[in-house]
Design a binder for this molecule. Sequence first.
Ligand code: GTP
Ligand code: MG
Length: 149
Amino acid sequence: MEQTFIMIKPDGVQRGLVGEIICRFEKKGFSLKGLKLISVERAFAEKHYEDLSSKPFFSGLVDYIISGPVVAMVWEGKNVVSTGRNIIGATNPAASAPGTIRGDYAVEIGRNIIHGSDAVESARKEIALWFPDGTVNWQSSLHPWIYEC
Ligand code: GTP
Ligand code: MG
């Protein structure tokens, strides 16, 4: 089954949104496979966002990610990468639809409270980076109530 990497950024943790964000993914029907509260070093944050290293906002982005603890998670489910991005909303909260996490809780692009992998391949890389010891292999007993088969 498809997996995605979701990170609640330091502003989401500081603003007490951890429970609310987890609730949205759980209620949707996705399964939590990995979870940790972690403070990351600059080099680690740079590695996570290495594709954006040429962007003018890169150093500010890295400062932001290392400014406090983050919640790193792996969620599993059918189409969880793209559906997870829909739950999160557009990158710039000024354009995120109401009902999305960023649309409901964020104002500025540089404080948009949550990260979600943008493709199945980047999810695979990010999960390997953040959970090098692997995740938890279990299946919810609700599976038949969420999936046809
Ligand atoms: P992530 O889920 O965090 O990867 O966001 P995204 O996939 O919606 O956007 P992208 O990967 O393009 O950018 C990564 C992060 O960089 C964004 O979530 C923002 O926090 C930040 N960012 C992107 N564009 C800008 C920008 O123009 N200005 C600033 N200040 N930050 C930006
Ligand atoms: Mg991205």
